[in-house]
Design a protein around this ligand. Structure first.
Ligand code: TYD
Length: 229
């Protein structure tokens, strides 16, 4: 079974907020219910975009500055949409994407300090009118995210106070967290903020019910906010 014209769901939030776990659990739940699900991520998700992912995440693009990095994120997104996302939606499938345009708005726009007109122009050329139907913002306090990341890295620094660099990191994380919350407040029809400090299973249940609600609304014809190019 597939939905009538596909459903585009994105996951956003800071590092350590639990996006990958929730994408996995939602994929399993939707597939168990008979849906065809495509899981993908940004930067990346298509051959061209994965090549750009390497350039971006390795730091090779850093010397060219934040504007050039923003251009590359946008170029990767355009290829990803053309090659993977739009075709899947046209087939009526559900696309779950780990990060999308809101990550650019926050990482390049808010903490990268790129001027809003350039961000808006990049958004226009990279996505056209293909916005997500639902964006799940996994919200977690910056210090908790940092602790999780430390635990993941196997550090035994639990309880120790953050050093100078970690403090700086904390401030940036908090700014990004606020950036995602601001987007969610501005676009409440598309965005749902999910408390990332809750139990994994509870979060998964909330996310599934939100996605199911949107699909049901769509089926009964009262949704359809996302115009697609
Ligand atoms: P990734 O290893 O996928 O990490 P995460 O688990 O945090 O998603 O790294 C992606 C990094 O790229 C992450 O630090 C956020 C950043 N990013 C941007 O700066 N702009 C963007 O548009 C996107 C999609 C990601």
């Amino acid at each position: 079974m597939t939905t009538a014209r596909g459903l585009f769901v994105t996951f956003e939030g800071g590092e350590g907020a639990g996006k990958s776990t929730q994408i996995r659990l939602l994929t399993e739940a939707l597939r168990a219910d008979g849906h065809t699900v495509v899981t993908t991520r940004e930067p990346g998700g298509s051959a061209g975009a994965e090549a750009l992912r390497h350039v971006l995440l390795s730091g090779a693009a850093e010397p060219f500055g934040v504007r050039m990095e923003a251009l590359l994120f946008a170029a990767a997104r355009a290829d990803h949409l053309d090659c993977v996302i739009r075709p899947a939606l046209a087939r009526g499938e559900i696309v779950l994407c780990d990060r999308f345009v809101d990550s650019s708005r926050v990482y390049q726009g808010v903490t990268g300090n790129i001027e809003p007109p350039l961000m808006a122009a990049l958004e226009r050329v990279s996505i056209g009118s293909t916005m997500p139907d639902v964006t799940l913002v996994l919200d977690l306090a910056a210090d908790e995210g940092l602790q999780r990341a430390r635990r993941r890295a196997g550090a035994s620094a639990e309880g120790a106070s953050p050093d100078r660099f970690e403090k700086e990191k904390l401030e940036i994380h908090e700014k990004r967290r606020q950036g995602f919350l601001d987007i969610a407040a501005r676009e409440p029809e598309r965005c749902r903020v999910v408390d990332g400090s809750l139990d994994v299973e509870d979060i998964a249940r909330d996310i599934l019910s939100e996605v199911t609600r949107v699909m049901a609304g769509r089926a009964s014809g009262d949704s359809g906010q996302a115009a697609r190019s």
